[in-house]
Design a protein around this ligand. Structure first.
Ligand code: SF4
Ligand code: SF4
Length: 184
């Protein structure tokens, strides 16, 4: 979790009024929290997380009040994609030491341990709903991650600056307009 929530709203829109976390507490375990008043490592349950959810909910840290996963913001994702139901935690990632121009700000679809989202098709559904704009989308199992959007051919032209074939020219130009300055 980060505190760059204004950028998340710019990229994805506001938190949806008709979506709630319900019994989901995935982010309280899966994610690293690095905020001024609260830190926890990734993959470790928060010390305040109990069987009934957050044990300090009325006074939880600010980051926990203002941060929401992508499922809470994107209506195109089905109810069944809620992280505790799907085993997919989708978040906006900010990487300070990005390896390429598509990593600095991106959507990350994380496959949680035990998830059957690949087998039951939910991973494909989530990818379909999110890979439709000019925000890079990665898919990860928590250790390794793959760039899913844009596809490899488009990404290569954006990163290398090589001329794109006419069938890809408009798409490559659109990505380069936003991410080209960060490609070198
Ligand atoms: S992962 Fe999303 S739905 Fe689950 S508790 Fe966190 S913000 Fe709520
Ligand atoms: S303080 Fe509460 S809401 Fe925040 S990570 Fe811990 S359990 Fe979750």
């Amino acid at each position: 979790m980060t505190t760059a929530t204004d950028l998340e709203t710019t990229l994805l829109g506001p938190v949806l009024a008709d979506r709630s976390c319900g019994d989901c507490t995935a982010c309280c375990t899966v994610l690293q929290v690095d905020s001024p008043d609260f830190r926890k490592p990734a993959g470790v349950a928060c010390v305040h997380l109990g069987a009934a959810g957050c044990g300090i909910h009325p006074v939880r840290p600010k980051i926990c009040r203002i941060w929401f996963c992508v499922w809470r913001r994107v209506a195109a994702l089905p109810d069944a994609a809620r992280p505790d139901r799907s085993g997919l935690l989708v978040s906006v990632n900010f990487v300070a030491d990005a390896q390429n121009c598509f990593e600095g700000v991106s959507i990350n679809i994380r496959l949680l341990p035990g998830s059957r989202a690949i087998e039951d098709g939910m991973a494909a559904t989530v990818l379909d709903r999110l890979c439709d704009g000019l925000v890079p989308v990665w898919f990860s199992d928590g250790e390794h991650k793959m760039l899913m959007h844009p596809d490899n051919e488009v990404a290569g032209h954006v990163v290398d600056g090589t001329p794109a074939p006419s069938r890809l020219a408009d798409e490559v130009a659109a990505w380069r307009g936003l991410y080209g300055p960060f490609a070198s």
